[in-house]
Design a protein around this ligand. Structure first.
Ligand code: COA
Length: 156
């Protein structure tokens, strides 16, 4: 069973490592800048943003193996990121993070959860569909490299 709790500043380096192996620099919003610096700045902003929630998945030793970032505003949650370290994938950690999100949503009177995902991101789309999310829109050429975004929704 994966333990999920609040992410803290002490998890930042491990979270950045996970992001750097999961995403190409343009996906992390890095132009000419060092993606590590850009990601650290962004995650530090999220750690103090009042409506942001960062949830950490840990192994038995307490090491960060995945995390989820979402925003909660009124009765709506927007899932911005879920990422699992490559050696820890396909072990149910992504699903555990999604279950944690759903349990948060139920506990906070959230009525809908929204997300955007790259059309080619088969693993993530499969994870979201297995958690009751449905596709409701395509945003053509939404990403910087012109890939389409699939918008997905889960109502509660
Ligand atoms: C998407 C991601 C978070 C899934 O994490 P994970 O811990 O490997 O997922 P789980 O082991 O909990 O898998 C749960 C279900 O998702 C689906 N799934 C996960 N990885 C999959 C893959 N590579 N191919 C097909 N389906 C997949 C399956 O339905 C799986 O259930 P199963 O293992 O019983 O078949 C992980 O692949 C990742 O970090 N990707 C890079 C970051 C990313 O793209 N995030 C999403 C965009 S923000």
């Amino acid at each position: 069973m994966t333990a999920i709790d609040a992410m803290t500043e002490a998890d930042l380096e491990a979270a950045i490592d996970i992001d750097l192996e999961a995403f190409v620099p343009s996906e992390l919003g890095a132009g000419a800048e060092d993606p590590r610096v850009v990601r650290e700045r962004s995650l530090r902003e999220e750690l103090v943003r009042p409506w942001a929630r960062l949830r950490a998945a840990r192994d038995e030793a307490g090491r960060l193996v995945g995390y989820a970032l979402f925003w909660h505003v009124l009765d709506e949650v927007q899932l911005l990121n879920v990422a699992v370290a490559i050696p820890s994938r396909r072990q149910g950690i992504g699903r555990a993070l999604m279950n944690d999100l759903l349990s948060y949503a139920r506990g906070h009177a959230v009525t809908r959860i929204l997300l955007e995902v790259r059309a080619s991101n088969t693993p993530a789309i499969a994870l979201y569909e297995s958690q009751g999310f449905t596709r409701f829109n395509i945003r053509p050429r939404y990403y910087a490299d012109d890939e389409d975004a699939v918008e997905m929704l889960r109502t509660l």
